[in-house]
Design a protein. Structure first.
Length: 250
């Protein structure tokens, strides 16, 4: 397969895009209504557990690199220092002393619920590549900008494939794989496996058996065996990109 502009590969029917946006609006609005009591209780527990704001705002890169403010429930103590692991990552686990008691529960995925507001506003989609911090843009290689061609999501192919278990290079492959094969059916499958992550007995029943792992996709061909396979993308601190979702340093 010869190399060509990624825009030629990224082909989404206008009707599909309209339906996807309609689903984003409908599901996020319904979710905000149904989850309002739980989110209110969560906000109260956060305030009672530790001093500081309920929400943690973070500047992220949206579609076409447009910056927006992404919101999460605060799960760490205010002014927590950034800690680098020996491997250079900044990922957080529930045993981290910076995580609050309530945050230990929130970081199972519930801290992302405020992003339903971002979806409703149009900054994000329910399904898509996770948005990177705006500080990361100067460290993007030319091919990394492909992730910015679509609206970022609350969850995506990379998250259900491993979330904190896969390095940045693999996440990039999954993100591009999603963009090449995106469809409403694939979005439904990603949503289904995301829900399974909240059911302990069913967690980590990966969907790779049903879809295409990066090793079997067309990304290497698209890049003509280029640097996607060996990228060492750096964050603004000069350290390797965290393997999981971003830390919310307060």
């Amino acid at each position: 397969m010869p190399c060509r502009a990624f825009e030629e590969i990224l082909t989404v029917k206008p009707g599909t895009a309209i339906v996807k946006r309609a689903l984003d609006i409908g599901v996020s609005l319904m979710g905000l209504v149904l989850l309002a009591p739980m989110m209110a209780i969560t906000a109260l527990l956060i305030k009672l557990d530790s001093p500081g704001p309920v929400f943690y705002p973070s500047q992220r890169m949206g579609r076409n690199g447009k910056p927006f403010t992404m919101y999460k429930f605060r799960s760490m103590y205010v002014n927590s220092p950034a800690l680098h692991h020996p491997d250079g990552s900044m990922r957080v686990d529930n045993n981290d002393h910076r995580v609050t008691r309530v945050g230990r529960i929130l970081r199972l995925g519930f801290d992302e619920l405020p992003q339903l507001f971002n979806v409703l506003k149009g900054d994000m989609s329910l399904i898509g590549p996770r948005p990177d911090p705006v500080e990361a843009l100067p460290y993007y290689r030319e091919e990394d900008h492909r992730r910015l061609l679509v609206r970022p999501g609350i969850t995506g192919l990379a998250q259900i494939a491993g979330r904190t278990d896969i390095p940045w290079q693999e996440r990039l492959k999954y993100d591009i794989e999603y963009m090449e094969h995106q469809s409403l059916w694939l979005d439904c499958k990603i949503a289904f496996y995301t829900i399974l992550e909240f059911i302990p007995p069913l967690r980590r029943r990966r969907f790779q058996k049903e879809t295409y792992p990066p090793e079997a996709n067309t990304i290497a061909q698209f890049n003509c065996n280029s640097s996607v396979e060996t990228s060492h993308w750096l964050n603004p601190f000069g350290m390797p990109q965290p393997q999981g979702e971003d830390d919310d340093h307060h």
